[in-house]
Design a binder for this molecule. Structure first.
Ligand code: RFL
Ligand code: PHB
Length: 393
């Protein structure tokens, strides 16, 4: 089998890349390790930057998002029992974010790929990539017990943080930067009305909590828990009790609780692998970097990588010029590091760090007080949260 771009991973990065390339007449095949049902069952991100929302519209997959998604013009940060609003739109000249689940984005992308006859091979096992330092790379994989080879011009590594692509870049060329936080997020999805119209990020001496949503009848809540916590120890009662304790009283009083329909723990870490390309292999999304979810940036960074990579591939197939492809890693990494910094800062600002006792805690409190008193500080938060501009390639 032969294609132009072999895409490893059928998450949002791989699906969006395939859709954008197809609209420009560039052929691709997606190899996804899991079943479609499994991929669509994963509950993850909920906040889309305007850049991602615009990309989805341009790729012909924005209709349902525009009908069912919610535009948020700001967010609340609660500290010491009081909530403070960060007015994104007012501080950035009208920029907003779209609250629409990653699960729905993935669903819409699968539908769009199907409608255009896109080639997605699911349950592709033992994917192995070869010849990335030649002009004739290929991918070997197993499907239903049979071994297949896919020949291609380029390989896009969109296979998330546990994929095979990143480690195909030779170790003496790769440099990895990592910060592991001593906690995770315990998340619950429940069929209950959200406690507030906008998201609430809560600082509490015992730990962080987040009130988010997917729709007017579906809520998503998170609480900070120690890294080694086990999901089986968290019955619904215990979760709601912990959440309520961490919210300002007026909010916890109006919180509607109910049975959880999904519950999971995600450990938090910051991770960047450089470079994002080697020969004919290009990494995009979680395959190349991970951010803690506090800044709502993971999915959005996957989209900005796809923006730069699709531009570079389209330019190559139009003009035979590899310049943008050669510069892809450097261009994409600039934005990756800015979002990595922001996500680290939001995490540091809002979580309880067991090692902080004393000086660190007072600095954190002072930083929050400064934020609420300074329009300049709020503008820094707002312009990063709504998403920094994509630099021209
Ligand atoms: P994905 O979504 O992990 O998809 C990678 C796909 O590759 C497949 N795969 C393989 N396929 C073939 N062969 C192999 N060897 C393979 N190895 C892996 C996997 O099965 C999978 O289908 O990566 P992608 O596309 O780069 O997308 C990244 C986003 O999923 C991720 O950054 C976000 O979910 C992060 N994130 C958030 N991002 C935001 O922008 N806003 C948010 O509000 C937000 N909230 C979150 C989040 C992530 C969370 N968790 C669970 C980590 C909240 C949480 C709790
Ligand atoms: C979510 O709704 O899942 C969500 C929202 C904002 C974040 C992280 C996760 O910062």
């Amino acid at each position: 089998m032969r294609t132009q771009v072999a895409i490893i991973g059928g998450g949002p990065a791989g699906l969006l890349l395939s859709q954008i390339l197809d609209l420009k007449g560039i052929r691709s095949v997606i190899l996804e390790r899991k079943s479609r049902e499994y991929v669509l069952g994963r509950i993850r991100a909920g906040v889309l930057e305007q850049g991602l929302a615009d990309m989805l519209r341009a790729a012909g997959v924005g209709d349902r998002m525009d009908r069912e998604g919610q535009i948020h013009e700001g967010t609340d940060i609660a500290f010491a029992g009081k909530r403070h609003r960060i007015d994104f739109a007012g501080l950035t000249g009208g920029e907003t974010v779209m609250v629409y689940g990653q699960t729905e984005v993935t669903h819409d992308l699968y539908d769009a790929r199907d409608a255009l006859g896109g080639s997605i091979i699911d349950e592709a096992k033992n994917v192995e990539i070869n010849g990335i330092d030649t002009h004739t790379p290929s991918v070997v994989y197993e499907k239903d017990g049979q071994i297949h080879t896919l020949h291609c011009d380029f390989i896009a590594g969109c296979d998330g943080s546990h994929g095979v692509c990143r480690t195909s870049i030779p170790a003496d060329i790769r440099r990895e930067y990592e910060k592991v936080y001593p906690f995770g997020w315990l998340g619950v999805l429940s069929e209950t009305p959200p406690v507030s119209r906008e998201l609430i990020y809560n600082h509490h001496p015992e730990g962080f909590a987040l009130c988010s949503m997917r729709s007017n009848s579906l809520s998503r809540y998170y609480v900070q828990v120690p890294r080694e916590e086990k999901i089986d120890d968290w019955g619904d009662e215990r979760f709601w009790e912990m959440l309520k304790r961490r919210l300002p009283e007026e909010i916890s009083a109006s919180l509607v609780t109910g049975p959880s329909i999904e519950k999971s723990i995600a450990p938090l870490r910051s991770f960047v692998s450089e470079p994002l390309s080697y020969g004919r292999l290009f990494l995009a999304g979680d395959a190349g970097h991970i951010v803690p979810p506090t800044g709502a940036k993971g999915l959005n960074l996957a989209a900005s990588d796809v923006h730069y990579l699709s531009d570079a591939l389209i330019s190559y197939y139009r003009t035979n010029d590899e310049d943008l492809l050669r510069r892809y890693s450097e261009t994409a990494l600039k934005r990756v590091w800015k979002a990595t910094r922001f996500s680290w800062w939001m995490t540091t600002l809002l979580h309880h760090f067991p090692e902080n006792e004393g000086f660190g805690d007072r600095i954190q409190q002072t930083e929050l007080e400064y934020l609420f008193s300074s329009k300049a500080a709020q503008t820094v938060l707002a312009e990063n949260y709504v998403g920094l501009p994509y630099e021209p390639s």
